[in-house]
Design a protein around this ligand. Structure first.
Ligand SMILES: O=C(CO)[C@@H](O)[C@H](O)COP(=O)(O)O
Ligand SMILES: [Fe+2]
Length: 228
């Protein structure tokens, strides 16, 4: 079965001093969607960017913006991201008091909605909300930082989620986030993922020496995916 693959650069590893240009360049290199990591120094031990940055990027790019919320509480910030131009909003079930309500809030705000699973979070959260999901995001590292190592057990979780998605008959994206590189992207795809977040692998590539560095690494990722 051929699946549509999407490469989602995480701008967490981009140069924030020239973020608009980074987004333009990385999309021009052949990537598909922008992964936008929001951290609050409460749910995760790091602090990043919020709706104002999303709003500033919106006129710079037509690319789909995939907002990964690592914040608690989560509901309050959802309408702000929708107004700022987010296309997809995902959140961690542990950060929501009422998962079904949070999913409804995202949809009512006009965005696609997804749930995020940490490495040790049970997939049982899926049991009653599959029909509300546009994406399932599996963390292959513990959330909070870019540049961590892929946790191999994630591959079993990807296989389990792929089966659940196929059984649902719905078009739910399966995104994997953390430690995805040229040398493991094919394995992650073979396990069943279709959307690949890559931060340090793309933005860290040959930093400041190779002007075409994003094209080079993205082409290498595409070549790996073509083997799947
Ligand atoms: O959500 C997160 C981290 O919490 C990610 O989106 C990272 O930003 C991915 O970075 P790399 O592991 O690809 O460097
Ligand atoms: Fe992320």
């Amino acid at each position: 079965m051929s699946r549509q693959f999407r490469i989602a650069p995480s701008i967490l590893s981009a140069n924030f001093a020239k973020l608009g240009q980074e987004v333009t360049d990385v999309i021009a290199s052949g990537t598909d969607i922008i992964h936008f990591d929001v951290m609050d120094n409460h749910y995760v031990p790091n602090l990043t960017i919020g709706p104002l940055v999303c709003e500033s990027l919106r006129p710079v790019t037509n690319a789909f913006i995939d907002v990964h919320l690592m914040v608690k509480p989560v509901d309050r910030i959802i309408p702000d991201f929708a107004k700022a131009g987010a296309n997809m909003i995902t959140f961690h079930p542990e950060a929501s008091e009422h998962i079904d309500r949070t999913l409804a809030l995202i949809k009512e705000s006009g965005c696609k909605a997804g749930l995020v699973f940490n490495p040790a979070t049970s997939l049982s959260y899926l049991d009653h909300v599959m029909d509300k999901l546009d994406m399932i995001l599996l963390m292959s590292v513990n959330p909070g930082f870019g540049g961590q190592k892929f946790i191999p057990e994630t591959l079993n979780k990807i296989r389990a989620v792929r089966q659940r998605i196929d059984a649902s008959g719905r078009d739910i994206w399966l995104e994997v986030d953390g430690g995805v590189k040229v040398d493991n992207i094919a394995e992650v795809a073979r396990a069943g993922a279709d959307t690949f977040v890559a931060g340090s692998a793309i933005f860290g590539a040959a930093k400041d020496t190779d002007p075409n560095r994003y094209d080079t690494v993205v082409a290498a990722m595409r070549a790996e995916l073509a083997k799947v």
